[in-house]
Design a protein around this ligand. Structure first.
Ligand code: ADP
Ligand code: MG
Length: 232
């Protein structure tokens, strides 16, 4: 199994402010899979993504990527692993304001031993004509395309996306989700994405619904995803 989570638990705070966010999460994701996490606000989606990304630690449980347990990686190796093998896309683009589109993307290739060809990537992103612009000359959607480029240029094993369309209008959001689907089909990176956008149900290979710290639904079959009730 490419990515495997076993019995992940995570709490925050002490005493009265103690909250058990992830109660017992087990999940398997195959290589190249486009996996989407849904769930109400506060259900622990970002926490789970951060644990997969090595930004936060679980209280207990196991995570392995390509058969290797992440808990065996010491702090420095984990940092290295994150830089080389994981890409992150957030709601906020966090581009470097005085660098061009091309330069912002090239920053992401730092330390990668298998970077993608930047010209080809710029074309996939629809940014080839805009590569010499700086971020404030771009629309929100174009800025998010650029930040996807920065995350993907290292050709990560796993691309983690936390509400990448949260700051965009509906039609731009759909374009961005389509782009992430294209990236998944073009480069075959495994993707774990949190979103609220229900346009995703036609694109994802797997939809996981998180509520009250537990996985409530986990669909792999495309027909079921298309038919599934996305209410929570
Ligand atoms: P989601 O992304 O699904 O909206 P989060 O994973 O951000 O949910 O948060 C889940 C719960 O954990 C929330 O109740 C939030 O307040 C709490 N939480 C998240 N991070 C922290 C933290 N660093 N310290 C304390 N509580 C946190
Ligand atoms: Mg969140």
């Amino acid at each position: 199994m490419f990515l495997e989570l076993k019995n992940i638990k995570k709490s925050f705070g002490d005493g009265d402010s103690h909250v058990e966010v992830l109660k017992d999460i087990s999940l398997q994701v195959q290589k190249g899979e486009f996996c989407v996490l849904l769930g109400p606000s506060g259900s622990g989606k970002s926490t789970l993504l951060n644990i997969i990304g090595g930004i936060d630690n679980a209280d207990s449980g196991e995570i392995s990527i390509m058969g290797e347990s992440m808990s065996n990686l010491k702090e420095k190796q984990l940092t290295n692993y994150r830089r080389k093998h994981l890409g992150y896309v957030f709601q906020m683009y966090n581009l470097i304001p005085n660098l061009t589109v091309r330069e912002n993307i090239e920053v992401g290739a730092y330390l990668s031993d298998k970077p993608l060809n930047v010209d080809e990537l710029l074309k996939v992103l629809g940014l080839y004509e805009h590569q010499e612009k700086i971020p404030n000359q771009l629309s929100g959607g174009q800025q998010q395309r650029c930040s996807i480029g920065r995350a993907i240029v290292k050709n990560p094993d796993i691309l983690l996306c936390d509400e990448p369309t949260g700051a965009l209008d509906y039609s731009t959001s759909k374009e961005i989700l389509k782009l992430i689907e294209t990236v998944n089909n073009t480069y075959n990176n495994t993707i774990v994405m949190v979103t609220h956008n229900d346009a995703i149900k036609n694109m994802a290979d797997r939809v996981v619904l998180l509520r009250d710290g537990k996985i409530r639904k986990n669909y792999l079959n495309e027909e079921k995803i298309a038919a599934m009730d996305l209410e929570w």
